[in-house]
Design a protein around this ligand. Structure first.
Ligand SMILES: [Zn+2]
Length: 183
C-alpha cells in the first residue's frame, strides 16, 4: 500500500474500517487450503442488498459455493458468471434468491433509462447498455415471487447451462430472515 493511500487526508472512514476489520479477520483466516472450485458444486445468485448475510443466512460455509450478487439478484445479469462457474469451476446447481422490499421494486426499466439519461447524459446510458445486457431488470410492479419464477424459467430455457443443472428459485423475507421456495 502506498503512502498516499495511508495518509489520513485520502482515507475514508470506510477504508479505515476495512483495514482494521481485515487485520482481525486475517488472524483466523482458514481459506488458504481450499481449492478454487467450490466444494459443494453450486452457485447462489442473489441481490446486492445490505441486509442479506449470505453465508449464515443460507447455511453455507467458506469454500462451498460461488456467490453472484447484483441489483435484484438478476439471472440475466448473472449469466456470464454462471457460465464461468459451470464451465470452468464445475458447479452443477443454481440457487436463485430474490427478496422482499427490494430496491428493484421502486422503478421500471424505462424509468431507469430516463433517470440516467437525465442525470448523466445519453452517453452514460449507452455505456451502461454496452457494459451489460442492456436492461435494468427492474421488477417495477411485478411481484417478487413472479420475478423469481421468470428468472428461473429464463435460466432453464437459456441453453447456456450444462445438461442436468438443477435450478431453484427462492424469496428471502427481510422481516423474518426466512427463505421460501417459489420455483
Ligand atoms: Zn434487492
Amino acid at each position: 500500500m502506498s503512502k498516499d493511500i495511508k495518509s489520513p487526508a485520502n482515507t475514508t472512514e470506510v477504508q479505515q474500517d476495512l483495514d482494521i476489520g481485515n487485520n482481525i479477520y486475517a488472524k483466523s483466516y482458514k481459506g488458504q487450503h481450499l481449492p478454487t472450485a467450490p466444494g459443494r458444486h453450486y452457485c447462489v445468485v442473489t441481490c446486492m442488498d445490505s441486509r442479506i448475510d449470505v453465508f449464515p443466512a443460507f447455511g453455507m460455509h467458506l469454500g462451498d459455493a460461488h456467490v453472484i450478487r447484483n441489483a435484484g439478484g438478476s439471472a440475466r445479469d448473472a449469466l456470464r458468471s454462471i457460465v464461468i462457474s459451470q464451465q470452468y469451476l464445475n458447479t452443477k446447481e443454481v440457487i436463485l434468491i430474490k427478496h422482499t422490499r427490494c430496491g428493484l421494486e421502486m422503478f421500471t426499466d424505462p424509468e431507469a433509462d430516463a433517470m440516467l439519461e437525465e442525470r448523466r447524459g445519453k452517453q452514460a446510458l449507452e455505456t451502461v447498455r454496452q457494459a451489460g445486457s442492456g436492461h435494468w431488470h427492474a421488477f417495477g410492479n411485478q411481484k417478487v415471487d413472479e420475478a423469481t419464477r421468470e428468472d428461473v424459467d429464463f435460466l432453464k430455457s437459456s441453453g447456456c447451462l450444462v445438461d442436468g443443472t438443477e435450478v431453484s428459485g427462492w424469496v428471502f423475507d427481510v422481516e423474518k430472515g426466512r427463505v421460501k421456495r417459489v420455483a
